[in-house]
Write a protein that binds this ligand. Structure first.
Ligand SMILES: Cc1cc2nc3c(=O)[nH]c(=O)nc-3n(C[C@H](O)[C@H](O)[C@H](O)COP(=O)(O)OP(=O)(O)OC[C@H]3O[C@@H](n4cnc5c(N)ncnc54)[C@H](O)[C@@H]3O)c2cc1C
Length: 535
């Protein structure tokens, strides 16, 4: 039987950030990971074609770059090196034009002005709002809810950003906000592509905030990638943890959180072992996996169990990886190549594909998020070649195919190949001759993603929908909003907790800080409780 001060279930970025923070405070930490290797959805492999590195899941880490917690870990001392593509992101149009975002606001604005005079100035206005309150918005998003300190600071600086008019702009649906502010589609698409990173529809409240935050972080810090593959970010987190005495047990699946007298006291693992938790258990697992499965229903209030029945996943994902014998043959290559590429002709197209997914239909013209990884980091492919991927969302429960009708939603081999062909045809429309450069292709559908990381239920990549009704105090269910759970000494540390998906480590950091605060409090109050008990 093993024992540790804290048992962390899951070694995704949130689990590893939590484990590092606890180890920094002298806690003896054991991390249990079901998979044979650590990292959760931050891993890379060389399975597609010899000599090519592909990120199995996530690729671009602006949220890690902006996260005060991850920055403070100093992962560069543990082997992490960041690389950046020449341009941050771009959207090609069938006309041959590109919407491009650069690292300097003035360069982005000049490129937008060249396509549509006046849009550059409107872009700079959005940037000046960011300069005034961006840091506080990040602070508010990445700390536990309610964000008192950053929230208060943001309020005092709000007049500089444009006051209530600015707030109203952020609360408007992106489609109407971008339509009012920009005359050309390039600026609209720079924002809309970012909004579409989460499952918030572009005609819903929340889409503008998401788009603005991601675009502005990208412009400030780029969309960095770890040199050598996403897995290098995870291996740096593991190296840091083990240098502080933390233990990582891979191939060790947690099957039950042991609860005694309302307190989490250990974790049972597949095969029958038990790891005793002297001070806390932190779960980097999805909320549905924690509540009712790892923790038995008998330990949870009825109200929570009822609310969990309404928990909503974000859509599924199909990801296609290609090893290419040359660069992507874009019909017209931009002078500065972007690492991240969003493929859709207009906001309306993004809205349509989102609405089809919400209605259970596989999109006919799927919105694609794509990555030119060797453009971002030359070590990812042999010289002159490209390691490219694109992913797109699909319904959690498919009722129809809005395309040629051939996709059933079972996501078996046939479905995946049809979907990959649809995705590839879309790329080919913007990059004629793409197919001729394909050396190898891999398709990961909902089942393959979930088999490699059980948090990605049905291919959901956000730990639950990012829509407003499941954010902030409503995440993962109304009333929970923080890492604390109804079981004492048990904390939800995954992206199912506030502030949700993305590699920022905030869910893990919130859980670790909550565990340490409660532990301190219980040590202070223990003598009082003992005295009360005696009298
Ligand atoms: C295809 C894809 C692309 C993405 N692209 C980006 C991107 O470019 N940038 C970005 O910021 N974010 C991206 N994301 C989202 C991001 O990867 C996730 O939000 C993030 O990894 C969540 O971290 P986590 O620690 O909460 O969970 P995960 O990373 O999912 O890790 C959870 C870990 O817990 C383990 N686990 C679960 N249950 C158990 C158990 N019972 N016992 C033991 N271990 C268990 C799992 O095996 C896994 O290793 C992407 C995600 C996907 C899937």
């Amino acid at each position: 039987m093993e024992a540790a001060d804290a048992v962390v279930i899951g070694s995704g970025p949130n689990g590893l950030v939590a484990a590092n923070l606890l180890a920094d405070h002298g806690w003896d930490v054991a991390v249990l990971e079901a998979q044979p290797e650590p990292g959760g959805a931050v891993r890379s492999d060389e399975d597609v074609h010899p000599g090519f590195v592909h990120d199995t899941f996530s690729s671009f880490y602006p949220l890690a770059a902006v996260s005060p917690t991850i920055r403070a870990l100093g992962l560069e001392r543990f082997g992490l090196e960041w690389e950046q593509a020449p341009a941050v992101l771009g959207t090609p149009f069938l006309s041959g034009d590109w919407a491009l975002m650069h690292r300097r606001a003035e360069d982005t604005a000049a490129a937008l002005d060249a396509l549509q005079p006046g849009d550059g100035e409107a872009w700079l206005e959005l940037c000046s709002g960011w300069d005034s309150i961006g840091a506080d918005v990040i602070g508010a998003l990445l700390t536990p809810f309610p964000p008192l300190r950053s929230g208060a600071r943001a309020l005092t600086r709000l007049p500089r950003a444009g006051g209530l008019g600015f707030v109203q702009m952020l609360l408007s649906p992106l489609q109407s906000m971008a339509g009012q502010r920009f005359r050309g589609r390039a600026a609209r698409m720079l924002l809309a592509g970012n909004a579409a990173h989460a499952d918030i529809p572009v005609d819903a409240t929340g889409s503008t905030v998401m788009a603005w935050v991601l675009a502005m972080i990208g412009q400030d810090l780029g969309y960095p990638v770890p040199r050598g593959g996403a897995g290098r970010l995870s291996s740096a987190l593991v190296a840091r943890l083990t240098s502080r005495g933390g233990r990582l047990l891979v191939g060790t699946r947690a099957t039950r959180v042991v609860v005694r007298a309302g307190r989490a006291v250990g974790v049972e693992v597949a095969g029958g072992g038990l790891v005793t938790a002297r001070r806390a258990v932190l779960a980097d697992v999805s909320a549905p996996s924690l509540y009712g499965r790892l923790v038995g229903e008998e330990h949870l209030p009825d109200r929570l169990l009822r609310r969990m029945r309404a928990f909503e996943w974000d859509p599924g994902t199909v990801k296609v990886d290609w090893a290419l014998s040359g660069p992507v043959p874009w019909a017209s290559s931009p002078a500065t190549a972007p690492g991240t590429v969003h493929i859709a002709e207009s906001i309306d197209e993004i809205r349509t594909s989102g609405a089809q997914i919400a209605a259970g239909a596989v999109p006919a013209a799927p919105f694609l998020l794509a990555g030119q990884m060797a453009t971002s980091d030359p070590s990812r492919a042999p010289a002159g070649c490209e390691s490219f991927w694109a992913y797109t969302h699909v319904p959690q429960h498919t009722t129809s195919d809005a395309g040629d009708g051939g996709i059933t939603g079972t996501w078996d081999h046939d479905d995946l190949q049809r979907m990959a062909d649809r995705v590839q045809a879309r790329v080919e429309a913007y990059a004629p001759g793409f197919g001729a450069r394909v050396l190898a292709r891999r398709v990961l559908g909902p089942r393959e993603l979930e088999a490699r990381d059980e948090n990605l239920v049905g291919g959901a990549l956000g730990g639950g929908t990012a829509n407003l009704h499941q954010q902030l105090v409503f995440r993962p269910v109304p009333g929970l909003g923080r890492a604390e759970t109804p079981v004492a000494r048990l904390y939800l540390a995954s992206s199912s907790a506030h502030p949700g998906g993305g590699v920022h480590g905030a869910c893990g950091s919130n859980a670790a800080r909550a565990a340490m605060a409660h532990d301190r409090l219980s040590r202070v109050t223990a003598p009082l409780r003992r005295r009360e008990h005696r009298t």
